[in-house]
Design a protein around this ligand. Sequence first.
Ligand code: SAM
Length: 277
Amino acid sequence: MKGCLYLVGTPIGNLGDFSPRAVEIFSSIDFIAAEDTRVTVKLLNHFNIKKPLVSYYEHNRLESGEKIISRILGGETCALVSDAGMPAISDPGEDLVAMCAENGIDVFIVPGPCAAISALALSGLPTGRFTFEGFLSTAKKSRFEHLNAVKSEKRTMIFYEAPHKLLATLRDMLSVFGDRRIAVCRELTKLHEETMRTTLNAAFEYFSENAPRGEFVLVIDGAKESGAPDMTFDDAVEKLRRLIDGGMSLKAAAKLCAEETGFTKNSLYEAALKFNE
Ligand code: SAM
């Protein structure tokens, strides 16, 4: 009789998020296929579980996948895990699931945290319809092809990014999308968890002065319906002018306008100084 495959979600930071059912499944299966066995051994040690491990990662996925499939066909049960979060989501796994489907092997899910969905829920942006965009390519051409392809996307978009590439990514997004609302979610479930709800422009300015550290998810507002373009800096300055004309002090107007538009208080303040030139 055939065995089966379990896709097991693991914590994205906080070990307390490893579910009791995941511990149960780990204890009951025959072997674990792990993206990095050293990372998974730490998790197993924490929960006092001993199981044989095989490695299954991006560059051995075909060869290792075939061996895993033949063991499952031979009657063994396997749990697939990645280093963190849900296997198959910007992590190895989708090929193994497809191979199981081709071989008539049952695949069951033991869900756990996913950075993308956690960030979306935290973002304060519309969650009703969204797209997951994963990582942008580091190659300039495909990076801009990707950004241009989603420029008019109306649904909220979720991107993953590494800290050392964050600033360049915010810059490129700003150049293609224009200024938009963004939630920058950092170190979710960890000690320094933080969510910045701001705009692309303000996020770019912030991280130009504060080196990004940790793991990031970027959740970006979709494009506005046609006929309702995103707010430009000129629109924000016009709004500022109306507030000042209405009797508000320059300082208070710049502060309020910055909060409402996401452009920085200083840039608006400086623009307003030129009103009477
Ligand atoms: N499979 C994982 C999941 O379900 O979220 C994603 C794996 S992907 C290789 C790793 C990326 O996920 C990181 O570069 C970062 O963008 C995001 N990520 C993972 N853990 C995170 C955390 N604790 N806080 C913020 N982002 C995180």
